[in-house]
Design a protein around this ligand. Structure first.
Ligand code: ADP
Ligand code: ZN
Length: 517
């Protein structure tokens, strides 16, 4: 048996590498600069712990998570690997013991919070003790436009230069932009060997559904999974409370959880969730960070998450034990409007807002995907996959139709009314409704008035939602959600491009009705 496999079994107690681990271990152990993008729970700690044993000198592990560092040090020590941590959580005695072990050349792994790098003594100390490798956990924290930016991470590149040793960076998630930023800041722009593996969680079933009557939909979903532990994510605090109450009333054991609750009450919910079987937690995104419950059987989104990364992380809390788990994400035009508004109104600089819109677009593209959901999701992370055979779209391939004409009618209704109205009024124009607003504005005189009778109101809502999902139109938060046409829609309007939409999400009744031209 080769050395890595022998250590894998004798020290770490695993029979085999997980997909991707072996290649990463080999690259890191042989001293190549490495960027390995693995999802949380994918087993990345092994990818620097095992090479640390194969390399001379100490491996310095930089991580922002104190509790995690302490856990890993404990685990390694128990396995007979000499490891220590320098964090703000140490007692003086612990710190002294770590320094003594370092000076005596006894440590193989030294964990360190990034703040340590701010003190000038650290680099000198590291130079003296002979470092063989720098491993950077949560390496996306170096990205200034990311959500977890840690200024002290910017010092890591400097440390690498000072020590002149290989560096292995492990971000938990990295879109192309974050990846580029990591390469610039940690590797001085020199491309490291890059791995992107293990994003697939094959035991998690993926499904989306247009939001129709969200409370009824979530209640029905929970009813079919009675007695199983689940999480329902909501966009607002108020909704977590009302939905939790509705679930309780329907005979489930459920509680709400959000950032506005007292820390003490939050901890009580976390503790209940860890220990109680079949509890449903209805939560905002605040819930989940520290949750490590392996047997969460389902995760539902009562509202659309804010980005494809957030979606991935939230559904990823299901089925950590590898047993089948299910997810359902509801989405509707109100969600899209809310998320766009949140981005537009955030104090972030314009580049960051543009990136956030793109991340939201990626999620909307997934929501309105025409082919395998898993393939679409993994494709976003850069991982290739074949159709999975057990997502909602593989089970029921959506019926598509040429929607070019419908989209052009919708765009024309928008443009002829000065891009001044939201979907409700636009649909009234298209379907030829006789409302006061139509009469007052003289919109019954428009050439587009009543040209869209092939769909009813719900049918048109589905068309507009898919148009938003493809980012052909956007609600303008400064004009109460009035729809604006995006450049991508121009070729369709001008008859230079065609577009297919999904028929299944357009109300069946409307689709069945013969078109009236
Ligand atoms: P993360 O990628 O989030 O840092 P960890 O490194 O903590 O994840 O690994 C997640 C879990 O997977 C841990 O419980 C770890 O023991 C387990 N694990 C890692 N590698 C393997 C393997 N080769 N075989 C079996 N379990 C593994
Ligand atoms: Zn599929």
């Amino acid at each position: 048996m080769d050395r890595p496999h022998a250590l894998l079994q004798s020290i770490f107690g695993f029979d085999a590498f997980r997909p991707g681990q072996q290649d990463i271990v080999e690259a890191v152990a042989s001293g190549r600069n490495t960027l390995a993008i693995m999802p949380t729970g994918g087993g990345k700690s092994l990818c620097f712990q095992l090479p640390a044993l194969l390399r001379d000198g100490v491996t310095v592990v930089i991580s922002p998570l104190i509790a995690l560092m302490r856990d890993q040090v404990r685990g390694l020590t128990e396995a007979g690997v000499p490891a220590g941590a320098l964090t703000s959580g140490n007692t003086d005695e612990e710190t002294r013991a770590v320094f003594d072990a370092l000076e005596a050349g006894r440590l193989k792994l030294l964990y360190m919070a990034p703040e340590r790098l701010a003190s000038g003594g650290t680099a000198n100390m590291l130079r003296r003790i002979g470092v063989g490798l720098i491993a950077v956990d949560e390496a996306h924290c170096v990205s200034q436009w990311g959500h977890d930016f840690r200024p002290d991470y910017l010092r890591i590149g400097e440390l690498r230069r000072a020590l002149n040793v290989p560096l292995a960076a492990f971000p938990a998630t990295a879109d192309a932009e974050t990846r580029a930023e990591i390469v610039t800041r940690l590797f001085d722009g020199e491309a490291p060997e890059t791995f992107l593996r293990g994003f697939d969680r094959p035991n998690i079933r993926l499904a989306f559904s247009p939001k129709d009557q969200p409370r009824r939909q979530i209640l029905a979903y929970a009813a079919a999974r009675k007695g199983q532990s689940g999480i329902v994510y909501c966009a607002t605090r108020a909704k977590t409370e009302s939905l939790a109450a509705a679930l309780e009333q329907a005979g489930h054991s459920a509680c709400s959880y959000h950032g506005g609750m007292e820390a003490q009450n939050r901890r009580a919910v976390e503790a209940r969730f860890q220990t109680e079987d079949g509890l449903i937690v209805v939560a905002t995104v605040a819930f989940g960070m520290g949750i490590d419950k392996p047997d969460i059987r389902w995760v539902a989104h009562a509202d659309l998450p804010k980005s494809i990364e957030a979606y991935y992380q939230e559904i990823g809390r299901a089925g950590r034990d590898g047993a089948p788990a299910e997810t359902l994400t509801l989405y509707g035009p109100d969600d899209i409007r809310l998320r766009r508004t949140q981005i537009d109104e955030s104090p972030a600089p314009p580049e960051r807002r543009a990136a956030d819109h793109a991340r939201l677009n990626a999620l909307l593209g997934l929501a309105e995907a025409l082919d395998c959901r898993r393939q679409t999701l993994l494709g976003y992370f850069g991982e290739e996959a074949v159709p999975c055979g057990h997502c909602d779209l593989c089970d029921h391939p959506p019926e598509r139709f040429d929607a070019t004409e419908a989209v052009r009618k919708a765009l024309s209704a928008m443009l002829r009314t000065g891009e001044y109205f939201g979907t409700g009024h636009l649909i009234d124009i298209l379907t030829g409704a006789a409302t006061d607003k139509i009469r007052e504005r003289g919109h019954d005189k428009l050439p587009t008035y009543g040209v869209g009778r092939e769909f009813d109101k719900r049918g048109w809502q589905a068309v507009f939602r898919q148009m938003m999902g493809r980012d052909l139109v956007r609600p303008d938060p400064e004009r109460h959600g009035a729809l604006r046409m995006m450049e991508a829609a121009r070729p369709i309007l001008k008859g230079e491009a065609t577009i297919e939409l999904r028929r299944d999400t357009i109300a069946a009744a409307a689709a069945a009705r013969p078109a009236v031209k």
